[in-house]
Design a protein around this ligand. Structure first.
Ligand code: URA
Length: 213
């Protein structure tokens, strides 16, 4: 795979921030532009629904995953299957509500058999995620897994080497952590992912909700 260009190199940062009140409309324009997309091979690989992204257009925190799975392809919403339930728990543990963050993926169409998106698929789709990020202007982006980190940051490094430090993309601080689907397969790594999320919380001034006894 060639080394992808980072989201910072793909396009200059927009000169102006989209005012909070205009963000829903701005995102709708991007969605309309995508249309019934046939720009990459995923359009012909059994996709049912384009999964645009979901959440608060004024979110301080954005999560970026890899690509829709079967549940997302059926519903049109990101992270609604088993991995999505774990992501919801992770968000709640951070003291946040899912509706208050923004969630999107590197590719908006389901790769067949949930395979990793090909370079051409990810780089073709990047332009739209880039614009979503520029509209929402999150303070922090959490890259969920290697695919999100690779394309957002334009790096080909192990997840281990990317975790535990701050990166940047489109004016946001970027933290890298494990993909929830990986955590479902290897729950022992949840401790490590929680460390990553705690760094994000410290950066954003968030505190964990008190547990009721
Ligand atoms: N995995 C992802 O990367 N994204 C989704 O939306 C669902 C599962």
């Amino acid at each position: 795979m060639p080394k992808p260009l980072s989201f910072d190199v793909l396009a200059p940062l927009p000169a102006q921030i989209v005012p909070a009140a205009n963000r829903i409309a701005a995102l709708e324009i991007v969605r309309a532009e995508i249309g019934d997309c046939s720009r990459c091979p995923l359009a012909y690989a059994g996709r049912h629904t384009i999964v645009f992204g979901d959440g608060d257009p004024n979110a301080r925190l954005m999560f970026v995953g890899e690509g829709p799975g079967a549940d997302e392809d059926a519903s049109g919403l990101p992270f609604v299957g088993k991995a999505g339930q774990l992501l919801n728990n992770m968000i709640a543990a951070m003291g946040l509500k899912r509706e208050k963050v923004y969630i999107a993926n590197i590719v908006k169409c389901r790769p067949p058999g949930n395979r990793v998106p090909e370079f051409v698929e990810a780089t073709t789709c990047s332009q739209f995620l880039l614009r979503q990020i520029d509209i929402v202007r999150p303070e922090v982006i959490v890259a969920l897994g290697a695919t999100a980190a690779t394309y957002l940051l334009g790096v080909k490094q192990s997840l281990a080497s990317l975790r535990g430090q701050w990166h940047s993309a489109r004016g946001a601080k970027v933290a890298v952590t494990y993909h929830p689907a990986f955590l479902l397969r290897d729950p022992r790594q949840k401790v490590e992912a929680w460390k990553d999320l705690q760094r994000v919380m410290a950066e954003m001034g968030l505190t964990s909700p008190k547990r009721s006894s």
